[in-house]
Write a protein that binds this ligand. Structure first.
Ligand code: FAD
Length: 491
């Protein structure tokens, strides 16, 4: 078995503003590199939210368990320390959830995902973590007429199932809460929170160390040997463990078995300097998460110190799932991302984006994460496919992976997300070339819609082929041609 691509702080790469801030604090020196032979009960590969929550859950179940975490970079160096900091539930994916595991299980998982958002807040409080956790909800908006009602099918499906996740808002209220009249419609989902993701990742690392988890940073897995028990090697050593958990996010596409199950796409983020007074002027005051309903989604929030963090989906496509150096550099589309910020907030046109970064998103083909066994082996398990909504759901991912690792028969190991990933992408190079064509069509379509025009039929048809999805792909059948296309290559 081959390992994932090299991750982390290579020459020429940049840290996110978040991670830079988190690493600047005292007591955050890196953990040792792995040197020599190590034996463990469980070896977790990947020190992001998924790996760290899994480690903590394992210790909760069995405090004496010997758990090792191997991280190629530093914990939080991957997507967990680079994201938009939206902590979301799975309500936005309710239709898809119901399709894969039935309405009852979908309701249970959606409620559990909303509780996970609260649990992250509780973790911050209990561990006195200053991670800027603000429980102010998520505004799912339209910023062009073509996006209107994009949420409707999801909202209806939730209501039909007896759920109460979304509040329909009139356009004036959407404009008021978002701070700009360019938001012409939307719904509000109260369970979401925003957070400083790198502070959270580093706090999880600290909590894991305190519970006796052995963490090795700058220790990249170079091979996973499918011996019994399995063995993970790095350039300096090896870990033999009863169970290996691959918590590798998009890097798991380095394994042939997963390569055609994931679309790996960069998402690009810019941040402004603190502009608190300007935010006050427009009434954009709290920790609200906001996104629009385009496929190349715009997602944005403010920070505790008054910055705007604005991200955009649909960046570089990874050929054959390979995450190259360009995924770790300054965003090559920073200007384009900032232009979207200024289009949505024209009154902030003079506010410059002074920082940019990017990272890989692991789109599954149905937009939901999956937790499964590699090669059907009970002692090599993995979780990925969060599709741009992983900050909250990785907390559930930790529960599922811990239960699978311990061979427990419980509500997590048997839940609807413990499944083999669905679908299969075409082989390369067809997939990469096709992806470029589809992405160009989406960009053309959205540009046209922003101008108030109607995209041509061919552009619309090609854009529809996008398999990726940040919210329900099934959303909006009532306005099929726009809404079907309104989500997807997001984050
Ligand atoms: C720019 C961006 C914006 C996003 N915005 C949001 C958002 O606002 N809200 C949201 O919910 N989600 C968002 N996401 C997605 C979210 O960040 C992820 O779903 C989540 O962090 C997944 O956590 P993880 O632990 O599975 O992955 P990661 O944090 O990526 O952890 C995987 C780790 O594996 C390590 N690794 C890779 N290869 C190896 C190897 N061979 N050996 C050892 N270690 C290895 C990596 O260095 C990395 O640290 C965003 C993602 C990006 C990139």
């Amino acid at each position: 078995m081959g390992a994932g691509e090299e991750a982390g702080a290579e020459k020429g790469s940049v840290r996110s503003l978040w991670l830079e801030e988190a690493l600047a604090g005292g007591g955050q020196e890196s953990a040792p590199r792995l040197e020599g032979e190590v034996r463990a009960d469980v070896c977790i590969v990947g020190g992001g939210f998924t790996g760290l929550w899994t480690a903590l859950r394992l210790k909760e179940h069995e405090p004496t368990l010997d758990v090792v975490v191997l991280e190629a970079d530093v914990c939080g160096g991957g997507a967990s320390g680079r994201n938009g900091g939206f902590v979301m539930s799975l309500w936005s994916k309710f239709s898809t959830l119901a399709k894969i595991c039935g309405r009852e299980e979908a309701l249970r998982l959606a409620h559990a995902s909303a509780e996970a958002v609260e649990e992250i807040g509780a973790f911050c409080r209990e561990h006195a973590v200053d991670a800027g956790y603000r429980h102010d909800g998520w505004l799912w908006t339209a910023t062009s007429p073509a996006q209107l009602e994009a949420w409707e099918k999801t909202v209806q499906a939730v209501e039909d199932a007896g759920g109460h996740a979304f509040e329909r808002l009139d356009p004036a209220e959407v404009a008021r809460r978002s701070g700009s009249e360019t938001h012409i419609g939307g719904v509000f989902e109260a369970s979401a929170a925003s957070v400083h993701p790198a502070h959270l990742a580093r706090a999880l690392r600290r909590a894991a160390l305190e519970r006796g988890v052995r963490i090795f940073e700058r220790s990249r897995m170079t091979r996973l040997l499918p011996s019994r028990p399995p063995r993970v090697t790095t350039s300096g050593g090896a870990v033999t463990a009863d169970v290996v958990v691959l918590a590798l996010n998009a890097w798991v596409a380095g394994f042939a078995e997963l390569r055609r199950k994931l679309v790996v796409v960069a998402s690009d983020v810019v941040a402004t300097d603190p502009v608190g007074d300007r935010l006050e002027e427009i009434g954009w005051l709290n920790g609200l998460c906001i996104s629009d309903s385009r496929r190349l989604v715009n997602y944005y929030r403010t920070t505790i110190d008054g910055r705007i963090v604005f991200g955009k989906g649909g960046g570089t496509l990874a050929f054959a799932g390979r995450i190259g150096e360009s995924f770790h550099r300054r965003s090559p589309r920073a200007g384009e991302v900032a232009a979207h910020l200024h289009r949505l907030y024209p009154m902030l046109a003079d506010v410059r984006a002074t920082r940019s970064w990017r990272g890989p998103i692991d789109y599954s083909l149905d937009g939901l994460p999956f937790f499964t066994r590699l090669g059907g082996r009970p002692d090599i398990i993995l979780g990925a496919g969060y599709s741009g909504n992983g900050v909250g759901p990785s907390n559930l991912g930790g529960r599922i992976l811990a239960s699978l690792a311990l061979g427990r028969q419980d509500e997590w190991s048997t839940c609807g997300l413990a499944r083999t990933p669905s679908g299969k992408l075409p082989p390369e190079p067809a997939r990469f070339l096709g992806g470029l064509v589809v992405r160009a069509a989406i960009a053309r379509k959205e540009r046209r819609e922003d101008e108030g025009g109607e995209p041509d039929p061919l552009t619309k048809a090609v854009a529809k082929l996008d398999p990726t999805s940040f919210v329900d792909r099934g959303s909006g059948a009532a306005v099929a041609s726009t809404v079907d296309m309104a989500h997807g290559m997001s984050r």
